[in-house]
Design a binder for this molecule. Structure first.
Ligand code: ZN
Length: 305
């Protein structure tokens, strides 16, 4: 049953996997006596990531259903599910990622959403988890190209999830240097550190996620030479997740001056969104991990600078 993807617990396991990875990087850094950033910013990144994963629950119903509808009724081709289609879908996902990612930097409206991922001024694996809360809503329309082609939804879900988790390893300072000829094919941590730099020569460069070839083809590759200064050029004066994720609606600032109130509103809006979607779609299977996530989001006070 194609709708079974709505019940999938994959995001929950992906989240656990990411948390273990972040912790693993901390242990390696401690062994190497390397400073990879404060716990404060790391916890803020994890908190942002948990909020985004939590929002995947209602968003998934909103987004996967149109995918299934288009693939079923309006696709150009009847494509079978096999390993070659899986590989092809992965490469197509990476190509689509290049363009939606580039547009999220070059369009001022989409940048207001994407900048959340670029706010941290310290670089470690947790930055990979810090995805904007509205991320799924603005990237998904690009992926509908796969539905129009006729890529089966079960293939699409596997490739998109795998593609997202694979990008985590590029967010680290522990893996140094250039990788010779592999640089031309694979996005390395060095390649992606440049993407997070606010040094003038690094801004809006290296958009690729897995295959660096897109940056070479479309002329956006810059190698890492000067030490990277992380963050965004026009720093927005907040690491408060509610303000960061909804910075395109400035009035929210005056509506919710107290951090605790904002924190409460953030959790409330996520929970209500999840509730409404689940009541509307009759999908209750993920309540358990949804509640676990709400608990984690509530556990830490929002970091404020
Ligand atoms: Zn980016």
């Amino acid at each position: 049953m194609k709708q079974d993807f709505l019940h999938s617990s994959a995001p929950f396991y992906a989240m656990l996997f990411m948390l273990v990875w972040i912790l693993g990087e901390r242990v390696v850094a401690w062994k190497m006596k390397a400073h990879i950033g404060s716990w404060r910013e790391t916890l803020g990144n994890i908190q942002c990531g948990l909020g985004q994963i939590l929002l995947e629950i209602p968003f998934k119903a909103l987004l996967i259903l149109p995918y299934i509808l288009i693939e079923d009724r309006f696709s150009l081709f009847q494509i079978p599910s096999n390993v070659w289609v899986l590989i092809g879908s992965f490469i197509l996902t990476d190509a689509l990622h290049y363009w939606y990612h580039r547009l999220h930097h070059e369009s001022s409206l989409l940048w207001k959403i994407h900048l959340v991922h670029h706010q941290p001024e310290e670089f470690n694996t947790s930055v990979g988890l810090r995805l904007p809360w509205l991320h799924k809503l603005t990237v998904f329309p690009f992926y509908l190209a796969q539905a129009i082609l006729g890529v089966p939804v079960e293939i699409f879900v596997v490739t998109v999830s795998f593609h997202a988790v694979l990008q985590l390893w590029n967010h680290t300072e522990l893996i140094k240097g250039h990788w010779g000829f592999l640089n031309y094919f694979i996005v390395t941590p060095s390649h992606h550190r440049v993407h997070h730099g606010k040094n003038p020569q690094y801004v809006n460069r290296n958009y690729a996620a897995i295959f660096s070839v897109w940056d070479y083809i479309f002329g956006t590759f810059t190698p890492e030479k000067e030490k990277v200064a992380y963050g965004i050029v026009q720093h927005i004066q907040t690491m408060n997740l509610y303000h960061s994720n909804f910075n395109m609606v400035n009035k929210l600032k005056s509506l919710s001056p107290l951090p605790n109130k904002e924190h409460f509103l953030a959790v409330l809006s996520i929970t209500v969104g999840m509730l409404v979607m689940y009541l509307a779609t009759g999908q209750h299977g993920e309540w358990m991990y949804g509640l676990i996530l709400v608990f984690f989001v509530l556990l830490f006070p929002l970091p404020k600078i």
